[in-house]
Design a protein. Structure first.
Length: 407
């Protein structure tokens, strides 16, 4: 049986789309970092009251039960748009990309699941028996925008196949994270709204199959689906990924782009450059006055988040990739090495957007734990970026030493 490379060359017809996606995600990662730092500074400055007044300001129609705070709108609506793009991207990978080949899909899927499981286990090892153990979903996510921003600064020479692997892993990771949110972190299910949402999603799928393209129909339908999902008790971001997965990503005769690709190209700059940075702006701000670094590091919650991400994600990704390669007869592309998998593992420890989302959902009524978790996430990502940069540097030195002519 011929071996199939784990990180095989990206086909020409996928390369242009991948490069465009990477560029948007990289810019989004830089904006995300700037927004998070600005929020942290603002929340600890002399204008901190204006920050918390902004994030707590309520707006929206009271009659529909949508008189919500700015922070809730950012988490439930702006991130729903972000996860719509994630859903389209995942659908594209399933139909025409890496995940369309079960053997090639096994490795990034195994790596993503391995990282998630290892991170959750380590987190629970530190928080078991404490109120914080319910937040085990915090360290399971990988933030591809942040990770690609790091690559843009310190890993420009890395091959595009590695970036493709990271992007695929992150998309699978996002799907796993949103599934956890839907199953574990949603409120009590209101069956009536849930069934209406399912029915409307069926209509959405039928319209896609029949080639309907009118935004006059899709925009109101999407808003109602989001609303019904929100009212059902399931986190509203699930509506975004569900609609994304239902988009058609194959072209028909006479089409320049498929509906899925068209939506992704139009919305990705918006979600990467506006939605996610705005969410970071209203979610990352935490006042650390009166809190010492020593107190934070001695918290079981902080230890679980930090070690879950920085240790659990890389160990899980690398170990799962090794096992998948061992039992699926996979092999690395000759131009790559297992150092590249180590780089992906280290970048997987950068988890911010979904981590903050799960933090808000879990500790909505526990301000002390909310502040600790937010600060821990910011601190952990700072350490994770340093570690990932060091691993990339070691990878470069190792490749150069291996390829240097022997005297």
């Amino acid at each position: 049986m011929p071996e199939s490379p784990i990180l095989q060359p990206v086909p020409r017809n996928q390369r242009r789309r991948l490069i465009k996606a990477l560029r948007n995600e990289t810019v989004g990662g830089v904006l995300l970092l700037v927004s998070a730092l600005f929020a942290l500074i603002w929340a600890n400055s002399g204008w901190q009251h204006s920050y918390f007044a902004l994030t707590g300001f309520e707006v929206g129609p009271q009659q529909l039960g949508l008189h919500l705070s700015v922070s809730v709108w950012a988490a439930d609506f702006l991130l729903a748009l972000f996860f719509f793009v994630v859903g389209v991207e995942l659908k594209h990978e399933i139909v025409t990309g890496t995940l369309s080949n079960p053997r090639l899909a096994a490795v990034p899927m195994a790596a993503a699941l391995g990282g998630m499981m290892s991170a959750a286990i380590i987190f629970l090892a530190f928080t078991h028996g404490t109120p914080a153990e319910s937040a085990w979903g915090i360290p399971i996510s990988t933030d591809v925008a942040f990770a690609l921003a790091v690559l843009a600064v310190v890993g420009r020479s890395l091959p595009i196949e590695l970036r493709s692997f990271l992007l695929t892993l992150a998309v699978v990771n996002d799907l796993g994270a949103i599934s956890v949110i839907a199953i574990v972190y949603s409120d009590d299910l209101h069956l009536k709204f849930f069934l209406v949402a399912i029915g409307l999603l069926v209509i959405f799928a039928i319209l896609q199959r029949r080639g309907m393209s009118s935004l006059v129909i899709y925009i109101p339908l999407a808003l109602v689906i989001w609303y019904m999902t929100f009212k059902s008790g399931i986190h509203a971001t699930v509506a975004g990924v569900a609609m994304g997965l239902l988009m058609r990503v194959t072209k028909r005769e006479g089409e320049i782009e498929s509906p899925g690709d068209l939506c992704e190209h139009r919305l990705r700059p918006v979600t990467a450059g506006v939605c996610v940075p705005l969410f970071a702006l209203v979610a990352a701000g935490v006042n650390v006055a009166g809190t010492t670094l020593s107190d934070t590091l001695h918290s079981h919650l902080t230890q679980g988040i930090m070690l879950g991400l920085i240790v659990g994600q890389p160990v899980g990704v690398i170990l799962a990739a090794l096992l998948a390669a061992r039992f699926t007869r996979g092999s690395l592309n000759p131009s790559l090495s297992w150092w590249d998998v180590a780089v992906v593992g280290s970048l997987a420890s950068i988890g911010f957007t979904v981590a903050l989302l799960i933090t808000q959902v879990t500790f909505e009524h526990d301000s002390a734990s909310l502040a600790t978790a937010k600060f821990a996430i910011v601190l952990t990502n700072g350490v994770a970026i340093i570690v990932a940069s060091a691993v990339i540097g070691l990878r470069t030195l190792a490749i150069r030493a291996y390829s240097a002519p022997k005297i």
